[in-house]
Write a protein that binds this ligand. Sequence first.
Ligand SMILES: NC(=O)c1ccc[n+]([C@@H]2O[C@H](COP(=O)([O-])OP(=O)(O)OC[C@H]3O[C@@H](n4cnc5c(N)ncnc54)[C@H](OP(=O)(O)O)[C@@H]3O)[C@@H](O)[C@H]2O)c1
Length: 338
Amino acid sequence: MDDIKFGVIGTGNIANVVANAIEAVESASLLAVSSRTLSKAVSFVSERKTAIAVEGVDNLLKIPELDVVYVATPTATKEAIVFAAIAAGKHVLVEKPLPANAAVKRMIEAAKTAGVVLMDATHFVHHPRTEAIREAIPAKVGQPKSLHSAFYFPIEDKGDIRYDQELEPMGALGDMGWYAMRAVVEYLQPKGSLNKAASVAERDEETGAIKRMSGVIGFDSGESATFDFGYTSGTGIMDLNLIGTSGMIAMDDFVLDWHNSFVFQEADVKTGFTHRTHMASRKDFNFIETPAEKAADVIMIERFVALVKEQDVTALDQFADNAFKTQRLLDAIWEVTD
Ligand SMILES: NC(=O)c1ccc[n+]([C@@H]2O[C@H](COP(=O)([O-])OP(=O)(O)OC[C@H]3O[C@@H](n4cnc5c(N)ncnc54)[C@H](OP(=O)(O)O)[C@@H]3O)[C@@H](O)[C@H]2O)c1
């Protein structure tokens, strides 16, 4: 089979990162980039050998050779673009967070009916560490009972889309909270339904956008999770503790690994997780290394290409289900947020 040909919608920060990842994958190629403003698309592709620039989503979707569209636009615009892409018969990789859950359900059904792949673009789930932790949980943690995460990146620019409530209605809850909730889905894996949610949000005085939040959720199967995230810490924080009945797994880079991600490239810092059990002091904590040959965003594109080529229904359903559950948790927290 030929290369899977990608079109990118949007010319912002993450579009650039994922365009690089597409170009790094042998079985993928970057065919086109669309912008609302042609000159921005022209500038975006100027250093990219294979891609053409087009104006507007409709013109991109009309390109018959295009297999996949990657949607890297603000959340308020995603729903219309995803449905248009599915209607045009394109596979869709869409940035997190997603629109509200009812729309996500309709998207998943529409993609299934059209026979196209639909996946959210969460990088960390594709790092081998995520699977390694899931496999290690029974032996190292026992039954997971609680998950505690803190995820902060300092963002002070009030012109950023994250401070625009029309474009990113949930602000930091959608942007940073997505990862906290995805970690709940991937690692805590609660069996029951959500039966408690409480949040304390700090809103930006100038824009009204949520810029920091702490909270707790609980499930009728007994698991609970606390979360704390935002833009106000003055430092990057990516801490996660998964506590079970026989031990604890911890990471201090659960979203973007320090070793090789689009924000950090620290060759000397190994990727993995710390395990502790019994009455261990720090010297007895065990660091389990989980190296990856490639960055998680590159693996994400490789996996997406494999899904398009092989149409592995089980894998597709799993990705869709995890995205759906993640957004459902965000929606539940949103409902109880002032
Ligand atoms: N997966 C990840 O690791 C990750 C990381 C960062 C962000 N994200 C998510 O990706 C989305 C985009 O984030 P970003 O940081 O790339 O934002 P950004 O730099 O502001 O880029 C957004 C792009 O969307 C396009 N766009 C289309 N309609 C728009 C509108 N009405 N207003 C503004 N821009 C519009 C713009 O491109 P044109 O002007 O060329 O049309 C713009 O460059 C967000 O939902 C964010 O949460 C994901």
